[in-house]
Design a protein around this ligand. Structure first.
Ligand code: PMP
Length: 427
């Protein structure tokens, strides 16, 4: 077991001032296991006790190149000299938006935000303003941020696996008004019939369907391509905006995102995370006619910190690297090698397993096939995975416990061969 005595002491001090001792509830791993970071570099993180970790959580995905990437940080430093934020725009906004439009054809017009939550909130606002409708469709197991409209989930506690009845729709926590729920509809991923029925029943009142085709907050459960194509078709038929949330997949699974891989063009896309290798920037992008709804008298959008000069400069350099160098192939190759290595070890022990997602963000399951929706995942026994995640953590490999998140790769993992050997030695 690793020595976490300094982290433990820090927790005891921090919890007196910070709820749960952290600044995001997801960073709390229990009183004795909550780790405080000293620094990260490349694909590794060091805690305040001096323990080094190969980090496959990567801050939930943003560090696409690796922590403290010298190229992006140098650009960010130049961005500081510009002055931060103004009540005016800068030239770099267009440079970055042009790069994004080149990489993702559906991103005809672009607006910047600061976080994934803000970008998805803006996307839903935009869809409502453009269609004049209020209701929207979410896919079970997806996560779209912290705003009230996005925080509805299927309650699996009281649900019997295999039951024909739907699970109850419940908020992610307290403080989310039940009145908001009336506008939200949830469908199980990959159930085509169910999707058609839902559109038949509610389609004329829906402003948007929001989907994460690789559920990056739910162990990379994947939408089948036919499912996303059907979603596109139904959205067209009923005049509904298809929003593909690429906050996690964008500029990670490929230059053109998951939409490029699936060959489905959404009306609106949201990006964040990998855009600037961890500097806070996000964006909502989409069809020209829809995006022009952002105007006086149309949908309101803004924000004091949008298009901050440091984040923009970092985004410009990060996207240049992702677009013009083999960084994305390097990190995907690392994921492929890692999965092959893990499989060899597990197969030698006769441990049945499978993967989902993409080599740059893959989910690992101890079943013959990965679940294809949240209900199936919740019905499976993932306690073995959790034990493995905690065990790996003690051996210096960080992956998300509770099977919530996929394993995230960065370019630096792929360039540092010892990340692979260290990980496989631990597995
Ligand atoms: N959408 C998706 C798909 C996400 O993964 C996340 C964050 N995990 C969000 C939205 C919200 O982003 P943020 O945490 O930056 O607000």
């Amino acid at each position: 077991n690793r020595d976490l005595s300094k982290s433990n002491a820090q927790f005891r001090r921090a919890v007196k001032r910070l709820p749960l001792g952290v600044s995001s509830t997801f960073r709390y791993w229990g009183d004795d296991r909550t780790v405080y970071v000293h620094h990260g570099k490349g694909g590794r993180t060091w805690d305040i006790d001096g323990n080094g970790y190969v980090d496959y959580r990567l801050g939930y995905g943003p560090a696409i190149l690796g922590y403290a990437d010298d190229r992006v940080d140098a650009a960010a430093r130049k961005g500081m000299e510009v002055g931060g934020v103004f009540a005016l725009s800068t030239e770099k906004e267009l440079i970055v938006a042009d790069r994004i439009a080149k990489m993702v054809p559906a991103a005809e017009l672009v607006r910047f935000s600061n976080s994934g939550t803000e970008a998805v909130m803006a996307a839903l606002r935009l869809a409502r303003a453009f269609t004049g409708r209020e209701e929207y469709l979410l896919v079970e197991g997806g996560y779209h941020g912290l705003f009230d409209a996005a925080m509805w989930m299927a309650d699996m506690e009281g649900w019997t696996p295999g039951s024909n009845a739907d699970p109850d729709v419940v908020p992610y926590g307290k403080g989310i008004p039940p009145t908001v729920k009336k506008l939200a509809h949830l469908v199980p991923m990959n159930d085509m019939q169910r999707l058609e029925d839902t559109f038949r029943k509610h389609g004329d009142r829906l402003a948007a369907m929001l989907i994460e085709p690789i559920q990056g907050n739910c162990c990379a459960i994947m939408a089948r391509v036919e499912y996303v194509r059907l979603a596109r078709e139904l959205c067209d038929r009923y005049g509904v905006m298809l929003i593909i949330d690429e906050v996690k997949t964008g500029f990670r699974v490929g230059k053109g995102g998951i939409q490029g891989i699936l060959g489905v063009k959404p009306d609106i896309t949201t990006f964040a995370k990998a855009v600037a290798n961890g500097y806070p920037i996000a964006l909502v992008a989409g069809r020209e006619d829809v995006m022009r709804t952002f105007r006086y008298g149309g949908a309101s959008h803004g924000g004091t910190y949008t298009a901050h000069s440091v984040s923009l400069a970092a985004a410009e350099e990060c996207l240049r690297i992702l677009d013009e160098t083999p960084a994305l192939e390097t990190l995907a190759n690392h994921g492929t090698q890692l999965m092959a290595g893990i499989s060899a070890i597990l197969n030698a022990r006769g441990i049945v397993h499978s993967y989902s997602g993409h080599p740059s963000m893959f989910g690992l399951f101890f079943d013959a096939a990965p679940p294809d929706n949240y209900r199936a995942w919740k019905a499976s026994d993932y306690s073995f995975y959790d034990r493995m995640a905690h065990y790996l953590h003690d051996l210096g490999i960080i992956v998300e416990p509770d099977s919530r998140e996929p394993w995230f790769m960065c370019e630096a993992h792929g360039l540092d061969a010892t990340c692979l050997t260290d990980t496989l030695a631990a597995v």
